[in-house]
Design a protein around this ligand. Structure first.
Ligand code: THU
Length: 163
């Protein structure tokens, strides 16, 4: 192949204590929200906290259902609530954290595809990036400046347009 293109993402990983006060506060909100998750089927608790442009913080957690697909991830509960309650206020940052009641989480915690796509939609809506703080079980934090770094080939509204 002649025209090769390499696509890379940049992840910054730092320890919780190195974060600024605002980011620490947002993650702390996500951590406390996680304990209120309704996750009787998976035992996997996820907390998300969203910081809005007006300084408001909305925290949420995953909500499960015996009919599994009826449940909703923490990230979407948080951003949909933000969109419903503050429709014209932008989202600055979303912090995400997780804990399992059954095992020690070793993998990197990152939003699922549906949540990533939903975060992408809000970036389009507000015409601006949403920072993402991925809080890990070792208390380190991955920071990306936009969901496009986690989902580089995401489906965008431009894809629906006929040029
Ligand atoms: N979950 C989230 O809340 N966010 C994600 O990005 C992935 C998964 C929840 C959904 C379900 O309640 C549990 O974690 C196990 O999949």
């Amino acid at each position: 192949m002649k025209n090769k293109k390499v696509i890379t993402s940049t992840f910054l990983q730092i320890s919780f204590s190195e974060l600024n006060e605002n980011d620490q506060k947002l993650i702390s909100n996500a951590i406390s929200s996680l304990n209120d998750a309704y996750a009787p089927y998976s035992g996997f608790l996820v907390g998300a906290a969203v910081l809005l442009d007006n300084g408001e913080i909305i925290s949420a957690n995953n909500q499960e259902n015996v009919a599994y697909p009826s449940g909703l991830c923490a990230e979407r509960v948080a951003i949909y609530y933000a969109g419903a309650k503050f429709p014209s206020i932008g989202i600055k940052t979303i912090a995400i954290t997780a804990k399992s009641k059954k095992f020690e989480i070793k993998d990197i915690i990152s939003p699922c595809g549906a949540c990533s796509q939903s975060i992408a939609e809000y970036e389009v809506k507000q015409e601006g990036n949403i920072r993402i703080l991925l809080h890990q079980s070792d208390n380190s934090v991955f920071i990306v400046e936009s969901i496009s770094e986690l989902l580089p080939f995401m489906f965008k509204s431009q894809d629906l347009k006929n040029y």
